[in-house]
Design a protein around this ligand. Structure first.
Ligand code: FA5
Length: 354
């Protein structure tokens, strides 16, 4: 029996050295140390031994098992190490290879322009306000001093949803919303006068205009509104000059032409010297030297009064600019429809600034 065990051990150890993978190694373990393995079979033979021999052979069996197990552990560690090394060798990364670049999206030119305008006005102490695109007739027209059947409604051909609901034709309804919210907030606080206002409100607007190179039925505007005590036309001019210079360059001048909007009095259309020729006249400014940038004026007392601001105490100015028209001139895009057909060849030229 002893010889048998010693022979088994020798054979097992020899076979062990021939196992070259972890899979083979486990098969070896099953063959020699498993429940149906050879060592277990040898143990079964112990029942035929005498009482004196049994403990001796038992100890020997344990010794053989231990030495086989420790040899197995050693071989297993060795094979694992070899496999890891092989993997590391195969998986080496050449860090000097150039990386694969992931194509990044780009900011839409209109978004980019709105952000630029926002940054300029935030720097001047303005806040950004918003209003809904589906508006009431009251906010879009009546609160802005344009009663029903007033001929000024023809200035902005409107998409009506119902008699009282429409797609806003300009961002000016945000004026009334902000003013009324301030009046309400003052009431809640028990104050007699509402807070002054200094906001811009960018957003999409809709008109039943036929689409062409300079008109779209949906376009963007940025509204501006300042209401406080002692606000004068010179404040409007100062703010717009600062804006134009930051937007188009420091030697830009502005001029104001008389105009008409029902919600401002007096009203004005504001031009900036052409950024392309500096005022000499060129193709961009149609040889005039000036480019129209926005409509503006002093807030009509009726608008203040309807919102709950006392026009004896408060005055203000407002302005509204067409984002696409400014973007077209700024980026040299000759057709407004390019902003909405989103051809990536054009759009990808406006790389994100972040
Ligand atoms: C207004 O919408 C006034 N709410 C602006 C305003 C605000 C005046 C506050 C006074 C005080 P107007 O209809 O002119 O004004 O439009 C303003 C700008 O929107 C225009 O100068 C033009 O740049 C742009 N715009 C008008 N219609 C279109 C259109 N169909 N497609 C693209 N841009 C347009």
């Amino acid at each position: 029996m002893k010889e048998q065990l010693m022979a088994l051990k020798e054979q097992a150890l020899e076979k062990l050295t021939q196992q070259s993978s972890l899979h083979q190694l486990n098969e070896w373990k099953a063959t020699y140390l498993g429940k149906k393995g050879e060592l277990t079979a040898a143990l079964r033979g112990m029942k035929d031994l005498s009482a004196e021999e049994r403990p001796i052979v038992g100890a020997l069996v344990n010794e053989v098992r231990e030495s086989l197990e420790s040899a197995f552990d050693g071989q297993e560690a060795e094979l694992k190490r070899a496999e890891r090394e092989k993997r590391l060798r195969e998986e080496t990364i050449d860090v000097t290879l150039p990386g694969r670049s992931i194509p990044l999206g780009s900011e839409h030119p209109l978004t980019r322009l709105i952000r630029e305008v926002e940054e300029i006005f935030l720097g001047l102490g303005f806040q950004v306000a918003e209003g809904p695109e589906v508006e009431t007739d009251y906010n879009n027209f009546e609160a802005l001093n344009v009663p029903r059947n007033h001929p000024a409604r023809d200035m902005q051909d409107t998409f009506y949803i119902t008699e009282d609901m429409l797609l806003r034709t300009h961002t000016s309804p945000v004026q009334g919303r902000v003013l009324r919210a301030n009046v309400e907030a003052a009431k809640q606080r028990g104050e007699t006068s509402p807070q002054p206002v200094r906001i811009i409100a960018p957003g999409r607007v809709y008109r039943r205009d036929d689409d062409d190179a300079t008109h779209s039925h949906a376009f963007m505007q940025i509204e501006g509104l300042v209401v406080d005590r002692h606000i004068r036309m010179s404040d409007l001019k100062g703010i717009l000059t600062t804006f134009a210079q930051q937007m188009f360059g420091h030697d830009v001048a502005i001029r104001m032409r008389p105009s008409y909007f029902p919600f401002t009095e007096p009203s004005t259309e504001v031009d900036a010297t052409c950024y392309s020729c500096g005022g000499d006249g060129c193709r961009v400014c149609k040889q005039t030297g000036w480019i129209e940038i926005l409509g503006a004026g002093m807030v009509h007392p009726n608008v203040l009064e309807m919102a709950g601001y006392d026009p004896e105490e408060f005055t203000g100015f407002a302005f509204g600019m067409g984002v696409e028209r400014i973007a077209m001139r700024r980026y040299g895009i000759e057709d407004i429809r390019h902003f909405y057909t989103n051809d990536v060849r054009l759009m990808s030229q406006f790389k994100s600034r972040v």
